[in-house]
Design a protein around this ligand. Structure first.
Ligand code: UGA
Length: 450
């Protein structure tokens, strides 16, 4: 199928590259022409493992192109995926102006029937507004538009694998033709007849994705409800961690046992500095607003948000408790990205943490394997190190703010030798308290006996 992707950000690029991998002819466009120029020159505006190889291969084989004129992309696509940003407005609502803009563009430029698919995360009922906008602005063209919602469940850092090996594909539709078209788009994935770059030459057998056909509003709600539930789970684990700390229990032991209950599940129970990134915090806020506007009192979501905001304070209290005075102290920070395997620092707890320490007068030297370039403009007062070891040198405390796997593998004896004081505050419970103590560190983390 000929597919246009409008919005070549994170979701658009991963979706475009993966749909090309499934055999479709894909064109990606964006209103930011510099982004398209970068992509055409073989660069990537984001860091996502595996995406560069996928894009290069699809381009070589002629299945993926980039185009700076959205109108041309709209003309080409039988199916158009809307993947534009829906950033938070100052009041926490999702800003839908980019969706509105694309709707008008599609309505006025389309000369043939289009399946218009919202992939951006949007509040329930947006699909109905999209339908109305297409009808209003396209009334003179006589073109038939079908609207569908197909939310993405891609995690940064594992997005390519998440797209190609999903546990569910949700399609919110209003007619059989739209469902059939979407099934055709995803058929190679459902029947596993595409070549998988991750598990080449063959995909491992595993449970196939569940194909879920819903109303458009349900599909929209599924996305917000899923992300908000994940946020609730993390905040719940964080509160249990605070309690464990007071009671002398170990949060790792508690959540491990909880997670073995299939009704609870093991993931998203890691206590620490809390959730960040461009999805969970903003989706939670938008969901709170949607509930309020709909007259539903969803206070527990607000609590989850409040608990999450307090994680930084809790960590700074731990730092203050250990250092006594923060001002003038040299502090090393490991990790700036909102989670490992990404260079994304948007709403990253690590960024808020460092900003707080800088405000309190600490001398911060930070290291992140991928995110330093993006952190630099946000934290200009910070010194950036070339390695984790350099960040630790002469530090009176070393903080772990992002759980990069490589930090677990450091030569901790070497780290200890170069520090002014062997004090580690682990904001992600990455290391073992017992082991760090045995190596001669003062070690503090969340919800585990010091
Ligand atoms: C999230 C969802 O997991 C995806 O399913 C969804 O598609 C995506 O948002 C989206 O809406 O596009 P992502 O933002 O990449 O994906 O990040 P997550 O892996 O969900 O992590 C979010 C934050 O929670 C990170 O800061 C992470 O460090 C934190 N976290 C995660 C915890 O603090 N504890 C945990 O147990 C798990």
């Amino acid at each position: 199928m000929k597919i246009a992707i409008v919005g070549s950000g994170y979701v658009g690029l991963v979706s475009g590259a993966c749909l090309a991998q499934l055999g479709h002819e894909v064109v990606c466009t964006d209103s930011d022409t510099s982004k398209i120029r970068t992509l055409e020159a073989g660069g990537l505006p984001i860091y996502e493992p595996g995406l560069d190889t996928l894009i290069a291969q699809a381009r070589r084989e002629g299945r993926l192109t980039f185009c700076s004129n959205p109108a041309d992309a709209v003309a080409m696509g039988e199916a158009i995926f809307i993947c534009v940003g829906t950033p938070p407005l100052p009041n926490g609502d999702a800003d839908l102006s980019a969706i509105d803009h694309v709707a008008r563009l599609i309505a006025t430029e389309a000369k043939s029937p289009k399946l218009v698919i919202e992939k951006s995360t949007v509040p329930a009922r947006t699909g109905q507004e999209l339908k109305r906008a297409l009808a209003v602005y396209g009334r003179k063209t006589g073109v038939v538009f079908r609207v569908a919602s197909n939310p993405e469940f891609l995690r940064e850092g594992t997005a390519v694998g998440d797209f190609l090996h999903p546990d569910r594909i949700v399609v919110g539709v209003e007619d059989e033709t739209a469902e059939k078209q979407l099934r055709d788009i995803y058929r190679p994935l459902l029947e596993r007849t595409f070549s998988c770059p991750i598990h080449a030459p063959a995909c491992p057998e595993g449970p196939a994705a569940t194909w879920l056909v819903t109303t458009i509003s349900s599909a929209e709600l599924i996305k917000h409800a899923s992300n908000s539930f994940l946020a609730l789970k993390i905040s719940y684990a964080n509160m249990v961690a605070d309690l464990a700390e007071r009671l002398g229990a170990d949060i790792g032991e508690v959540t491990r046992a909880m997670g073995l209950d299939p009704r609870i599940g093991p993931s998203f129970l890691s206590a620490g500095l809390g959730f960040g990134g461009f999805c969970l915090p903003k989706d939670l806020q938008a969901f709170v607003h949607l509930a309020e506007r709909s007259g539903v009192d969803f206070t527990m979501l607000k609590e989850a948000e409040k608990i999450n905001r307090r994680r930084i304070e809790r960590f700074v209290e731990k730092i203050r408790d250990a250092l006594w005075v923060i001002r003038e102290k040299r502090v090393g920070v490991l990790g700036l990205a909102f989670k490992p395997d990404t260079d994304d620092v948007r709403f990253a707890p690590a960024i808020d943490l460092v900003a707080t320490l800088v405000r309190e007068g600490a001398r911060v030297r930070a290291y992140d394997p991928e995110a330093m370039e993006k952190a630099r403009p946000l934290l200009p007062e910070v010194e950036y190190a070339q390695s984790a070891y350099e960040a630790a040198r002469d530090a009176e405390a070393l903080l772990i703010a992002t759980e990069w796997g490589q930090f677990r593998q450091l030569d901790w004896d070497q780290v200890r030798e170069t520090m002014a004081r062997p004090l580690i505050l682990d904001g992600r419970n990455l290391l073992s308290p017992k082991e760090m103590k045995a190596r001669g560190f003062e070690y503090r983390s969340f919800g585990r006996p010091d």
